[in-house]
Design a binder for this molecule. Sequence first.
Ligand code: HEM
Length: 397
Amino acid sequence: MKTLSQSPTDPDFVQNPYAFYAAARAHGPFFLWADYDLPCTCSAVAVNAIFRDRRFGREAPPECAPPIPPHIAAFYAVEANSMLELEPPRHTRLRSLVLRAFTSRRIAALAPEIDVLTHQLIDAFPKDGFDLLQHFARKLPVIVIARLLGVPEAMSGDLLHWSNAMVGMYRAHRSRADEDRAAAATQAFVDFLTGYVDQRRARPADDLITHLIAAEAEGQRLTTEELISTCILLLNAGHEATVHTLGNGVRTLLQTATPLAMLAPDGVERTIEEILRFDPPLHIFTRWAYTDVQVMGQRFQRGDRVGLLLAAANRDPVVWDHPDRFDPARPIKPNASFGAGLHFCVGAPLARLELQIALPILFARCPNLRLAVPPDYANTYHFHGLERLVLTDAPPG
Ligand code: HEM
């Protein structure tokens, strides 16, 4: 396995990580990413195989679990009850409770609301030059997930703030200040939800919180800690990635001068899948090996970790023709952006629905949309998303 160095905070890498992935791929399915001291793969076959292989998982083997410093205990207390960090049987129980409330019927029923909300946000755009992330991409997903859960929309600002601070824990080379912010935000989030869930016990409604409270009340199927962690996971996972898919997607559509026809009803699904493949918001997820196992000639021992580079898998020429070309007419086939296997993204149908509704409306309502300032990616490898996306819709000339 070849050892490669690449700082995840190097400005050229942040703006274009795909060049490094292509170079790494040339050395075979696995390479050791020296900066993380982590074997990683850019291979679509290996990424898919490890996601689906039960000999790998997200939960650390008990003898490998790192000690938790007291100043970030609040953060890890929430993670300890989050399905994303667990393996069966607890993962199965938590995930099936969420899926029971997250039915395709309930998701599809959100379409008219997403449509109205998209129009409302566009109505409120400033007249000249505006940041699409601030006025659109950051607002839509958080309002949708807050409504689905049954959390007051007025809390959106706090939810965004807490969630941004919490994902700071995944920042490359995070600082003590990042950790303190994440722990404080976690505590504030838990305090809010504990009070809110208490109020809501007496006020059932047709929302996810009511459903989860019912599961908690019915017996031992969901503890209060699990209920709170599940709400936090859904609220955080439910918007951060969608925000940046909207941003990255609009940037790509504008930079490639993609014709509006590609967002018409007969093409929008393909276009959104291509946006997700071409420039996804989440690039790396890790797995622990639970036993000695070999994948594409690479040996892993119990306690080893491996990095799955989703965005690199999406550009693997073994699977994709001309992978570096944005081609919204490309026939749909599975990409790695939502993961695969046991932890496959619960919110994928909701994220797709939001993108498929919001982008056609945005481009139809703003026919002169173009970049006012060349956009830069933020220096946060844990989220590959833009700092700002300043656009104008003024008629040209
Ligand atoms: C474009 C937007 C999104 C992307 C790219 C995305 C990506 C992902 C990925 C890659 C995973 C798997 C992580 C792993 O296997 O280690 C995941 C899991 C998850 N996502 Fe998403 N996600 C998106 C939107 C959403 C939304 C809207 C929701 C909630 C409504 C959501 C909720 C979740 C949850 C709960 C999990 C954990 C599932 C489990 O552990 O079984 N995501 N997501």
